[in-house]
Every structure is written in C-alpha cells, then in structure tokens.
Design a protein around this ligand. Structure first.
Ligand SMILES: [Zn+2]
Length: 305
C-alpha cells in the first residue's frame, strides 16, 4: 500500500484496515477477551463501536492501543505509521507535522512517540535472539556543536546493541558499559545455543561460557575487523544507521527518550527485509495492548527531543 492509497481511504475503509490487522479472526473484546459482540448501530453511537456480550462493555479497534482516545483521524494514524515504517532513518516530529497537516508540534511529537511504543518488540513480544549474535556498545547523543577534544563523555549516552546475523536487532541505552550491565542484558536476551561476537572490550570476557556456540572476539585495537566468521560488522552498520538518524534527523535526542529511538531503529532493522506495507502492518499490530499517556512522557522538555 502506498501513502497515496492510504490518503484516499474513507474513514470506514481505514477502520476496516485497522480491524483486519488487529482482529484477523473477528473482533476481540480488549476488556475481557470475549469474542461475541454486537455492533452498535444506533443513530447516536459513534461508528465502529462494539458491545461485548460477555462483559457488556463497549469498545472499538483503538481501545487499549497506542491510538486510544486520540483525536487524530484513523487515516492520519495509518499515514503516520506508514511514514515512520518506510523511511530508513526515521521521520522527525516536524516532518510528521508538515506531512500530515497537524496543528501543533506537540501533537506530532506525541504521535511519533506512541508509534515508537508500538514498534517496541523486545523483550516481551519476541523470542530470544538466536544464531550468531553480534554485540557492541557505542555513545550517542550530546551536542554536535563544539564537539572535539573538549567533549565530555558524560554528555553522551551509552547504547548497547545485539544484532542477529541476517536477523533481528535489539538496542537499549545502558547506564554503564561494565561487565555486569552488558552480560546481564546479553544473558537475558540471547538464546543459550547462540554464538556471541564482540570486540575485545574486557566487559565481555567470559561471556562465551554461557553459550553453546562460544564467543568470537575481533581485536579492533590490532586493526583487525574480520577473522573468518568473527566480526561485528553488522552491529556496526546498525549503529551507523542509528547515529545518522539521531544526529541528522532528530538533531538532538534527550537522554530520557533515547530508548524510544532505540526501539524504533531496532524495529525497522528487524523488519528490513519485508516491504513497507508489511512493515507498517507489523507496527500497527504492535499497537495492541500498549498505551502511552502524554503526561507521563512530558515531564521533560519537549523542545529538546
Ligand atoms: Zn468483554
């Protein structure tokens, strides 16, 4: 599906599209899981509202999702999902505001963060990473201006990424890059039959003992980047993309929201081999059972993200 096709959808078509993704086998009550319902057809009723025969509560396709009680039209929601799923490096809130004709930057900013929440796959909605998993950490964020020798590391946030060869990615900010933090995440996220690939950073020492496939170490300090199957090239490509997005498009991402951009870039990486339509479907599917209240997010300064 193209953006133009989405833009031409009628409201009932947009609702039908969302329903087919959320409920491929017919409506399911988000309150109790009941599958028997009436469609409410009285004149005063809002369109697309069902009444559950089990718990008697009402619901529509957006209830209990990131779209819950949003004033935005369903069509604009689908367009926003599509825009964020189809651009490789992501879309800024300003661009969303312009493309969708949204009244305020605040609305666009909130919209983009809710879609990032829908894109969050790990750790709940995905089986552990498997096969050969490349692991690396980097520093992201901080101001681009005056960067140089005077740059303090504290200005930046460490991000850890785990990337399956030819597969999925998971990234998250970490407070420290010590053995406890890195190993804890790796053990929690990776299947024990896997092989771990890292550089020679001491925090990874001994990680091979936890995995059947052991631990391959590439020695960057010796100028080595690939030794047979041992490399961390894919996780480095992932970081290159994340950095281009965060520095180029989002300009400055505040520390407290960096994890959302990590979720977004992990999602797009994990679904990079399917087309835009399918990637958009997957993100919309992920909107289920996640809600994000604006107030909870905006304790911090909106301008900074
Ligand atoms: Zn119910």
């Amino acid at each position: 599906m193209t953006l133009i096709e989405i833009a031409q959808m009628t409201i009932p078509q947009a609702r039908k599209y969302l329903e087919s993704i959320r409920w491929p086998n017919g409506p399911v009550c988000p309150h109790c899981g009941g599958v028997r319902q009436w469609k409410i057809r009285t004149k005063s009723a809002r369109p697309g509202v069902y009444k559950c025969r089990e718990c008697r509560k009402q619901y529509s396709v957006t209830v209990g999702t990131v779209m819950h009680s949003s004033k935005l039209s369903l069509r604009k929601w689908i367009m926003a999902f599509h825009l964020m799923c189809s651009s490789k490096k992501g879309v800024s809130a300003l661009q969303l505001q312009r493309n969708l004709g949204l009244r305020s930057y605040k609305t666009a900013w909130h919209l983009s963060h809710r879609i990032r929440l829908a894109m969050k796959d790990f750790p709940v909605h995905m089986p552990p990473l498997q096969g050969t998993v490349e692991v690396d950490e980097t520093y992201i964020g901080g101001r681009m201006r005056n960067q140089g020798r005077g740059l303090k590391l504290s200005n930046k946030t460490a991000v850890l990424a785990l990337v399956e060869r030819k597969g999925r990615a998971y990234a998250k900010p970490v407070k420290r890059v010590d053995a406890k933090a890195l190993k804890g995440t790796i053990l929690g996220m990776v299947d024990e039959n896997s092989t771990i690939m890292t550089d020679e950073w001491s925090a990874y020492h001994g990680i091979g003992g936890f995995f059947d496939g052991g631990h391959g170490v590439v020695c960057h300090s010796d100028g080595e980047y690939v030794r047979g199957v041992v490399s961390t090239n894919q996780v480095e490509s992932f970081f290159a993309l994340l950095k281009r997005g965060v520095h180029g498009i989002f300009h400055h991402v505040s520390k407290e929201h960096l994890f959302r951009y990590c979720d977004e870039f992990s999602f797009r990486w994990s679904y990079r081999k399917v087309d835009d339509t399918e990637r958009t479907r997957q993100a919309i599917k992920g909107a289920d059972r996640k809600r994000l209240m604006y107030e909870r997010m905006v304790n911090s300064d909106i301008e900074r993200s």
